[in-house]
Design a protein around this ligand. Sequence first.
Ligand code: MEV
Length: 398
Amino acid sequence: MPIYGKQHFFMLACWPAVFNKTLFRGLAPAGSRIRMKSLAAIAAARARVEPRMVRRHWNPWSRMSFPTTKARSMKARRIRRGRGRGYRKAILINEHFVVYGVPAVAVPLFRPVLAAVTAREGPGLQVLIRSKPGEEARASSDPNLLQAVRNILARCGLSGEETLIRMECRGFLPGWSGLGSSAAFCVASARALSQAFHLSWSDEQVNAAAYEGEKVFARNPSGIDNSVSTFGRVLWYCRGQAEPWQFLSPGAPFWFVIANTGIPSLTRDQIEKVARFRETHPSRFQELCRQASDLALRVRSGLETGMPADLGRWMDQGHHMLCEIGASSHEVEGLVEHCRSRGALGAKLTGAGGGGCVIALVRSRARGRNLTQSLRDLGYGAFSVRVGDPVRVPAHSL
Ligand code: MEV
């Protein structure tokens, strides 16, 4: 016995419009006369077999699934929209060394960059940035952002000249360098463009496109930043391998404090500085790379077995090596010392260094809160994060 619901009465009320649309396409030739009773019986039968589909087509309030005019669907076809997100990251061990094929370990942070794309016919590319919620989005004057989007568009087979693309980004933390904001921007943009142009990119394809964008900011990036940003997982990353990343599962949650020196630094300048050290001290650099590889293995096992005290010690050792290759600065040293003197188990620069951020491992959430407060009292930006739970990256959502 068929059960009739509200939707069936709606169907009866507007049956001539519905008749020519998808629901009854193929059931009867357009314009033929069908008795109301049999129409309702067919609808009821389909409701039982395909309840989801019928709900979608019968929902009178859904603009998307029930376009009322031809003009609306034409417009929808011409304007393409897409959204995406990319996560920031912190490197636990071996930034810079990772550029030369040494394994590194990085963790995602719950601080995403969000991108929304609108594309229509016509030339032009515009990147708008909104730093804080509620703030008006402003056109970015940074040529690197535009070039990064152009590189990603090239992976889509577009030049950006024939399509007017408006990319709006949220979640930028101005001045928080070292946390992979540029990579997160590239990942968010790649996801948004993939959605807008119906490319259905896999995470691997998003990652590869984001790497093309990231090259603008770091010139010779290892790929670790965009990989963590894409997958939102704790990563072991080794450049040059066929599959450079492996996902790690921490044995316990760890608490970290991220503190900002407030000194901006450019990744590509820092990479070049380290390249100069490598040129002038080739054998010492080789020896440091060997030590860094051992350290990465220890950090990996410390994470997987959930041993914070050991992990802290190895972070200190990693920082010491980064100082030797010239990646630290006076300001970074000041923050690292402050964190250690306030009970951090270990502290180091994170990212390219020279300024930017510092990461400190603490024993508990409460200690993280105390350290964060002490840093804020001194005027530094700081926040604490728990690492160990995977960040879920919904493929195409804001
Ligand atoms: C920057 O977050 C990390 C560096 O090692 C550069 C890179 O790996 O691409 C400095």
